[in-house]
Design a protein. Structure first.
Length: 283
């Protein structure tokens, strides 16, 4: 093949139908989601501190999880919620879940159904879902002062008094760590201001990427023990616990898709200059 023929082929490829490009992007996004590659992931300091905060807890320690996100932010936050549940159940912690958002209860049920059976965790003995209560920061204040007054039943309307792992749990001070999965208000900020700071119970959080700038000052001030930031943070936490999940596959898909897009941009510029050079020679 001579040089002119090669250039002609390259120029024709540069004019490929955009639908073909869309199809290729769809393929390179879909394949890593179905078959995670596990590209190298290095945890940031903020994710490492979140991991350390949970890892410091041991068998029987009480961990309070708060779900404050819905379907719109599920791709970012749900993987980190599942990763923290993996971590907690693997170390035998007692997991208590509350929800400041109505959708948070459905997210919590979904995460528990996926993770708890893997550890033979028993409801009422190893974990409990207290469910959603309206009121925003008022709910945080209620848990801080008198949890049993706010939660008389769990999400299934089972009396809290009849749940074994609720014995001796009366307020926020009875927990070793608060962990908030937050996509906005009410969420992490309210837990810091009305829960963690007044009681001295340490706290960590996982947030959507867009919320990180709002949350980082609290982490820098020592009011939060780490922040899991969006899907990249979820993938980092999965790497730390050795469990590849939706965070890892999501980052694989993003990384490969970005690489393919960059290659298309480079190839498009090459074909543009080749075609321009050929046109100039004709004149």
């Amino acid at each position: 093949m001579d040089k002119n023929n090669f250039i002609s082929i390259v120029i024709k490829l540069g004019k490929v139908d955009r639908r073909v490009i869309f199809l290729l992007i769809a393929v390179v996004v879909l394949l890593p989601l179905l078959f995670p590659i596990g590209l190298p992931i290095r945890a940031t300091d903020t994710t490492q501190r979140s991991f350390n905060a949970v890892d410091a807890l041991g068998q029987g320690d009480k961990l309070l999880l708060s779900f404050e996100y819905g379907p719109s932010t599920k791709p970012e936050i749900h993987p980190m919620a599942e990763a923290v549940l993996h971590h907690a159940f693997s170390k035998g912690m007692k997991v208590y879940i509350v929800c400041l958002w109505p959708d948070g209860q459905f997210m919590a049920i979904d995460a528990l159904n996926a993770i708890a059976p893997q550890y033979n965790a028993v409801y009422g003995e190893d974990y409990v879902l207290l469910g959603f209560r309206p009121g925003g920061e008022a709910v945080v204040k209620g848990i801080t002062s008198n949890l049993r007054k706010l939660y008389t039943v769990d999400y299934q309307n089972t009396l809290v008094e009849s749940i074994p792992m609720m014995q001796g749990v009366n307020s926020l001070a009875d927990f070793k760590l608060i962990f908030s999965f937050s996509a906005g208000y009410p969420g992490t900020v309210e837990w810091v201001q009305y829960g963690s700071d007044p009681t001295g119970v340490p706290m960590s959080t996982g947030t959507a990427s867009i919320q990180v700038n709002e949350i980082i000052p609290y982490e820098n001030a020592g009011q939060l023990r780490g922040v899991i930031a969006g899907m990249p943070g979820a993938a980092e936490y999965e790497a730390l616990i050795g469990k590849k999940g939706l965070g890892t596959s999501g980052m694989d898909a993003q990384s490969i898709a970005h690489l393919v897009i960059v290659l298309f941009i480079i190839f498009g510029n090459i074909t543009y200059f080749l075609e321009r050079r050929r046109s100039e020679k004709k004149y």
